[in-house]
Ligand binder design. Sequence first.
Ligand code: ATP
Length: 241
Amino acid sequence: MTDALVLEDVRKSYGNREAVHGISLTVHEGEIFGLIGHNGAGKTTTLRMISTLLEITSGSISVYGHDVAKEPEAVREIISYLPEDAGAYKDMTGRAYLEFIARFFASGKEKDEMVAKGIALADLGERIDSKVDTYSKGMMRRLLIARAIMPSPKLAIMDEVTSGLDVINAYEIREIIRDIAKSGVTVVMSSHNMFEVDMLCDRVGLIDQGNLVLLGTPAELKEQFGVDTLEEVFVKAVKGA
Ligand code: ATP
């Protein structure tokens, strides 16, 4: 099994306050790994350190063998990061936006193929030619997912990817995530939706106040706590209920 992502005793301080207290974990190639935890637990901080956007205070992170601190360019070439609050250029059409992004990765026929893949992934029908500022939240998310996946990253990092979406949009985005993982892409995602994490993720890490307090498959965690749902695991682990 190839290690896609390895975190070793990763810490992050903002000023003199430590937000992430020494997280170690390994994610395998093709795995869908879910990070869960309460608001302010340290999920986004961790995802941003993996994505090279935030400096690590101590410890190390490697992505397919590339150290994020020493080889950030090599890491950026093989990852995509979709922040929770990502947006697209509102004056562009969805198609123009995908073309704009694709130009950073490829040219000529390769670029055209990348855009075609993005358009198929977004699956917005004729609305791909509408301006982005006319899109609903779900349409915007689909465009951004397409943008993140069309360059074929080896590791896709997604922060609260289905947050606020309706049933159909959330379902279809989960299907896209399943499909890309089947094709060998490793996915690290955060979510507050325990139903989603239970159904989608191969393994789950629970962060509580900057500490990784649980790690395992959803089935293992439910068995460990003798409960039927991941939500109950979460509540018992965090509140000791
Ligand atoms: P949420 O579920 O609400 O998105 P989270 O688990 O993603 O939360 P983080 O955003 O990683 O949590 O925040 C972890 C801690 O770090 C919080 O206490 C937060 O206030 C703090 N923090 C995050 N960003 C900064 C910053 N730029 N400066 C100072 N403190 C920060």
